[in-house]
Design a protein around this ligand. Structure first.
Ligand code: ADP
Ligand code: MG
Length: 326
């Protein structure tokens, strides 16, 4: 099982940032409202994610580390309507097979927590522990047992910046959840719960840059079951940061050529000065019209009717830009 997990790890666990993404998605799936990330060495020495979600029953802790034992997909219908982020049941076992992992959790219904330690995929005995309801996953010494993989990691600063990018990407799609990122004991990022327009705007500004909102078009459009909302930066916005381009499909961050093409085409059609807009855009569509189960890292999707999606995005954005920003 360890070998299969390590092979799976090749797909899921490339670097600290890919682990962070999986752990954050698990915490969100668990209904967390507050998530704290601790990093040491850019996440290579230590990466932990602490949440206040539903937790895991002590007897289920070993199962959480068994490949496919926990996959949230039970039937074909489930696969058609995947709502949660995780559905493959392989992230934790894969991560555990290439690190020293500790799973500490207390289910909301229990008054005691339990801890399970796993070293390179080998689990120790379950121990009682103390914790408020929720889960902490602590991943230490990433790739300690696969040195060839460790060599592909960059400097702590470079890994830290990838982790921050993952956090920004997830924070922009989960406003009600509070996030904090602490590296070597120093708090580097803090996003308080954002449940009203003002606090959401504050989070967007923190991520996209202070001048962004004043120089962006706000979009909220619906057509035939497709809905697009969010912000599109105008060329007047001289960004302080690099590439803040975020696109979400049903709350899931997505990189997709159909989407990129539609955005670029609409933008350049009207605002030809700038080929590289900043944006945070949210596309919602019925789950049956998109397949999110394309790649383990899940940044890709397959639209059932990509032509229609493309045209909806293109025409909606072009109209908004022409009306408000052209
Ligand atoms: P998946 O998310 O695809 O089910 P994972 O390997 O990522 O698989 O997680 C395995 C299981 O462990 C999850 O299905 C869930 O039951 C449990 N789990 C993992 N992280 C958490 C968490 N933060 N809170 C509650 N349960 C969790
Ligand atoms: Mg998962």
């Amino acid at each position: 099982a360890t070998l299969a997990n390590q092979i799976a790890a090749g797909e899921v666990v490339e670097r600290p940032a890919s682990i962070l993404k999986e752990l954050l998605e698990n915490s969100l799936d668990a209904g967390a409202t507050r998530i704290t990330i601790h990093l040491e060495g850019g996440g290579m020495d230590l990466l932990s994610v602490e949440d206040d979600g539903v937790g895991i029953l002590a007897e289920d802790l070993p199962l959480a580390l068994e490949r496919h034992a926990t996959s949230k997909v039970a039937t074909w219908e489930d696969l058609q309507a995947i709502q949660t982020m995780g559905f493959r049941g392989e992230a934790l076992p894969a991560i555990a097979s290439v690190s020293r992992l500790e799973l500490l959790s207390r289910a909301r219904s229990q008054n005691q927590a339990a801890r399970l330690q796993v070293t390179g995929g080998m689990a120790a005995a379950l121990e009682p522990a103390a914790r408020a309801p929720g889960t902490t996953v602590r991943v230490a010494d990433l790739f300690f047992n696969v040195p060839a993989r460790r060599k592909f990691l960059r400097s702590p600063a470079a890994e830290l910046s990838r982790n921050q990018k993952v956090l920004r990407q997830i924070a922009l799609a989960n406003f009600p959840v509070a996030f904090q990122l602490i590296q070597n004991g120093r708090s580097l990022v803090q996003f308080p719960t954002a449940t009203d327009a003002e606090s959401r705007a504050a989070r967007v500004a923190a991520i996209m840059g202070e001048g962004f909102l004043a120089n962006a078009l706000y979009i909220e459009q619906e057509d035939h079951g497709l809905s697009l909302s969010g912000w599109l930066g105008l060329p007047t916005y001289n960004r302080a940061r690099g590439d803040e381009q975020y696109f979400y499909v049903n709350g899931r961050p997505v990189r997709d050529p159909v989407v990129s093409h539609a955005l670029r085409a609409a933008y350049n059609d009207v605002l030809f000065q700038d080929r590289h807009p900043l944006y945070a855009l949210y596309l919602e569509l019925p789950p049956g019209r998109v397949d999110v189960n394309v790649h383990p890292a899940k940044a890709e999707v397959r639209f059932r009717d990509s032509r229609e999606i493309h045209d909806f995005l293109f025409h909606t954005l072009r109209r908004v830009i022409a009306e408000q920003g052209g």
